[in-house]
Write a protein that binds this ligand. Sequence first.
Ligand SMILES: NC(=O)c1ccc[n+]([C@@H]2O[C@H](COP(=O)([O-])OP(=O)(O)OC[C@H]3O[C@@H](n4cnc5c(N)ncnc54)[C@H](OP(=O)(O)O)[C@@H]3O)[C@@H](O)[C@H]2O)c1
Length: 309
Amino acid sequence: MQFDRRRFMSTLIAAPILASPAAALLSGVARAAETGALLTRPLRDVELPIIGIGTARRYADPADAAALTPLRDTIRRFAEMGGQVIDTAPSYGRAEDVVGQLVEELGVRDRLFLATKVGANTREEGAAQIEDSFRKLRTDRIDLIAVHNLRDVDNQLAILRDLRAEGRIGALGITTSFSPQYEDFEAVMRREQLDCIQIDYALDNRGAAERILPLAQEQGIAVMINLPFGRDRLFDATADLPLPDWAREIGATSWAQVFLKYTVSHPARPIAIPGMAQVRYVEDNLGAAQGVLPDAAMRQRMEQFIDAL
Ligand SMILES: NC(=O)c1ccc[n+]([C@@H]2O[C@H](COP(=O)([O-])OP(=O)(O)OC[C@H]3O[C@@H](n4cnc5c(N)ncnc54)[C@H](OP(=O)(O)O)[C@@H]3O)[C@@H](O)[C@H]2O)c1
């Protein structure tokens, strides 16, 4: 997605109070200004809807052309509803290729924010892998590239800084989804100038909130959340349970919306990227980017609920 100042300003006008922590403090909740508007968060010079698509696993290995149909429908519906962020990686099988093909077929490249990763051991390997990502994603600009799980982080960030200076990528960052990496992750956040971090965080997996998310908030680094459901973990934990009454107070009509609204209401103001390969997931999960978000008291209540299961 190229930076479009007019579109950016109109988003700011339409959506700003929505996700502002100050507004949340004043009202107890953040409220969407217009029905259907997606809450947004800044990432460097763009405002992005707070729910994106993760493509690990379900986009990795479509067996044949028929297997592409639900994925195409998913991306089509996502773009129609105003979704923008799609997260992928060279290590997710054929996912970059699949996303590139479907986005091109649908003609929606300019409406999307494409994020991928680099996971390589040397500068040469990293540079070659990134060129492959441009080719597979069928784009001359990638909106964000992050160093996957801190692999060869110093060399890879050096490449990404050059690409950002050339305007070939819009933003750079680092990712992890393993708590044993958190200490090193934090050290990189302190010594580098990052646009974005991506980390695992969920209602029942709150380690990132101890130091990493507060540090991101302090340093003004944008945050993406991977594993917002812990894959099946949260759904399994709540499988036989009706939605609690308090779900209505945050406008959640499904467990998925409860879990997503929890992650994106952290004060670091993250964007969550749940894995989505079905239209019904898009419609459900983008519901979490609308209406009200939990305030601090509600977040505590949600934590107590899940901890008691
Ligand atoms: N280190 C890293 O950089 C790293 C690590 C892990 C993940 N990631 C990124 O984060 C993304 C998210 O992680 P993830 O996909 O592994 O796990 P996740 O988002 O926690 O869970 C995704 C799974 O939840 C189910 N789901 C999604 N929406 C649902 C809904 N509305 N109702 C019921 N079930 C729903 C789907 O299961 P079914 O498809 O089985 O129905 C989906 O595969 C990845 O796709 C990837 O882009 C990055």
